[in-house]
Ligand binder design. Structure first.
Ligand code: NAD
Length: 406
């Protein structure tokens, strides 16, 4: 079993060997500023009381308020949340936004809750943590299985407790609740901008054959955006399994199929495959967009993609990273590739605080400029230190944090 936090610290050790940042910075980044565990009692629909375990990790706020999503998952535990919070610190630094890193979660299979139970659980998370959160202290957002509606319940609960009406305590809200234009598609679109910035350097053709793992907010949007730009999605999956069609999968029709049948399997002209098979199929670009630790030392040797764009957080273990690097399969790392989400979240926070509303065009133009700039700098850092793009991104992030710490 891979421990995501150990993996994150292995990455930190690695960058410390490539470039000397001084022991102080590395020591500061070895642990979070604080990690908080809470218990959330929820009255269930049958009137029983169930206790859920929740978390908020505030990792580092050198660059600004802690920022990071809230994950609802049955396997979520403190080490996972710590790793995700650590990556948020680096992600915000790479993106060049004035935010630190944090992450939250609840150990829960949210699909098994009724809407009312889900709302009481989400409001309970906010009640227990409202004193440490705030627009200038710690600003959560959505992640796995958390939605704009959940963000709106939490923002409403925060307003009731504190009287703050800006809505800036939480991002990823729907438009009617003060969200930003474009936030829902920003992670997938951001991934596409990063891909375009790197495409030639990765040696990929103008029109690629692409495989996507995950069919949620990120995977689904990414698949649609790449397809709209003339690329062919040849395989895609969700947690139940995937489908494969070398001639291309119509994502809009697949969405309808999933809505009607509850699964991706048995989609027209496609072959059913497992998630493990999907990772080993030949393609130009593999996009993990589901969960961490899917590319490991057990399967990295069998990957036949020409390049990997990490839209999930932490999909590649350090050992798999080494194997892929040796095989010459470049990996565009999560802390750059999926940073479109946090950049748009930062735009939402700024709009809430200034009481402004930016157009979708404005949001996407700003997003593109920031991601092109970050991509260029990371590529330069990787080249200068003759290392991977991941280590290039770590170097850029650590340099920025060190500079601010001074
Ligand atoms: P989501 O809950 O909307 O979708 C997750 C998808 O992954 C679903 O299709 C689910 O069926 C599938 N999945 C779950 N476990 C799986 C497994 N073991 N194997 C294969 N598929 C599996 O979540 P999301 O918001 O799309 O997030 C996906 C990833 O992207 C996560 O790693 C998340 O941390 C990361 N991320 C999300 C955002 C964002 O804006 N939502 C931003 C940055 C990074």
């Amino acid at each position: 079993m891979n421990n995501a936090f150990e993996n994150a610290m292995t990455q930190l050790d690695k960058v410390a060997k490539i470039k000397n940042f001084g022991d102080g910075l590395i020591a500061c980044l070895r642990q979070p500023d604080r990690d908080i565990r809470i218990s959330i009692p929820v009255k269930m629909d049958d009137s029983s009381i169930k206790i859920f375990e929740g978390y908020r990790v505030e990792y580092n706020n050198t660059l600004g308020p802690y920022k990071g999503g809230i994950r609802y998952h049955s396997e979520t535990e403190i080490n996972e949340v710590k790793a995700l919070a650590f990556w948020m610190v680096l992600k915000c630094a790479v993106a060049g936004i004035p935010m630190g890193g944090g992450k939250g979660g609840i150990t829960v299979d949210s699909k098994k809750l009724s809407k009312g139970e889900l709302e009481r659980l989400s409001r309970g998370w906010m009640q227990k943590l409202s004193d440490i959160l705030g627009p200038h202290k710690d600003v959560p957002a959505p992640d796995l299985n958390t939605t704009p509606e959940i963000m709106a319940w939490m923002a409403d609960e925060y307003e009731k407790i504190t009287g703050d009406k800006t809505g800036a305590v939480i991002t990823g809200k729907s438009l009617k609740d003060g969200g930003s234009e474009g936030r829902d598609t920003a992670t997938g679109l951001g991934g596409f901008y990063v891909f375009e910035a790197f495409r030639k350097e990765l040696g990929l053709p103008e029109k690629c054959k692409i495989i996507v793992q995950g069919f949620g907010n990120v995977g689904n949007n990414a698949a649609q955006i790449f397809a709209e730009h003339g690329h062919t999605i040849i395989a895609i999956s969700d947690s139940k399994g995937g489908i494969y069609n070398l001639s291309g999968i119509d994502i809009e029709k697949l969405l309808k199929h999933k809505k009607n049948t509850g699964a991706l399997s048995s989609f027209m002209d496609s072959k059913n495959i497992t998630n493990e098979e999907l990772l080993k199929l030949p393609c130009d670009l593999l996009i993990p967009a589901a969960y961490e630790n899917v590319l490991t030392d057990a399967n990295a040797n069998k990957v036949k993609a020409k390049a990997i764009l990490e839209l999930a957080n932490g999909p590649t273990t350090p050992k798999a990273d080494e194997i892929l690097f040796t095989k010459g399969i470049p990996v565009v790392p999560d802390i750059l590739a999926n940073s479109g989400g946090v950049i748009a979240s930062y735009f939402e926070w700024e709009q809430n605080l200034k009481n402004e509303h930016w157009s979708k065009k404005e949001v996407f133009e700003k997003l593109k400029i920031m991601l092109e700039d970050a991509s260029k700098k990371i590529s330069e850092k990787a080249r200068e230190s003759k290392t991977s793009f991941r280590m290039g991104a770590f170097i850029l992030a650590l340099e920025r944090i060190k500079e601010k710490m001074k």
